[in-house]
Design a protein around this ligand. Sequence first.
Ligand SMILES: C[S@@+](CC[C@H](N)C(=O)[O-])C[C@H]1O[C@@H](n2cnc3c(N)ncnc32)[C@H](O)[C@@H]1O
Length: 300
Amino acid sequence: MTTPSQPGRLYGVGVGPGDPELLTVKAQRVLQSVPVIIYADSLVPEEIAGFAKPGAIIYGSKEMALPEIMEVTLQAVSEGKTVARIQSGDPSLYGATLEQMRILERERVDYEIIPGVSAAFAAAAVLKAELTVPEVSQTVIMTRAEGRVAMPEGESLIDLARHGSTLVIFLSVTRMFRIANQLQEAGYPADTPVAVAYRVGWPDQQIIRGTLTDIAEKVRDAKITLQALIIVGKAVDPNLLDPASDERVAVSHLYSDEYTHLYRRAGQGDHAAADRTELYEAGGYEVQPERAVHTSTGDD
Ligand SMILES: C[S@@+](CC[C@H](N)C(=O)[O-])C[C@H]1O[C@@H](n2cnc3c(N)ncnc32)[C@H](O)[C@@H]1O
């Protein structure tokens, strides 16, 4: 952005899925300090707006269209105020964030985005699931089913299902029957585990587990029609937590005694040196005599 021309600024604050304790320290500090807060009152609990300092002006955006939200924002920043625009989960996922940032860029408003805990990760935590289990799934696809919003080419559920990876599906629980059918048609076995997480982090949170065969009926019986995530894949199989499954499931190299990385030398276990070299290189490490140096980005 060119030099800001407005005296105030905006924080786009991701506040997590609902539980106020999932706010970041930074998000809390901003909420406690700004004079104007705009929050999505359909997706964010009142307690979060409750962090506001006395006298702060709080707008619920449930019934405000984007032009109105931006009008309030631009008015406040033109008066030199700092505005916190609260968004559920993390603003980078289905947050309509880009269109807001483009207006801020156009109006030369200084702004900063504060990331939040996405419902995807809060749901994984509640499910006690690791979304990336070695040899089960090393890829997570975050997507939504086609509905009012058309999917770009190559991103239909049928296209994505070809990967067989862990799927985290937002904004789509009303299409549970169609999703379960499409995923089976596209090759997911009928007994693929599915978890539906409703209002994670809220007092009425519900978790429904099943398979592609029965999950749609269970969701219908529970009358869940909004604010739910669908997570599909073997990674959400609760049986993986069974200690006996150690024998069936590969474990991550990360904490293995035989795996050297930047911060730890491997023990002189029973692996031959050549085997270790292969392991390190597969993990993105450059192998040198006596030690392995991490050279990949983002894989430590
Ligand atoms: C507009 S999107 C916002 C997503 C948000 N930015 C995030 O990172 O979680 C709303 C969708 O996110 C999911 N979602 C948001 N909060 C949730 C919660 N507390 N529990 C379950 N799903 C949630 C649902 O799929 C819902 O339809």
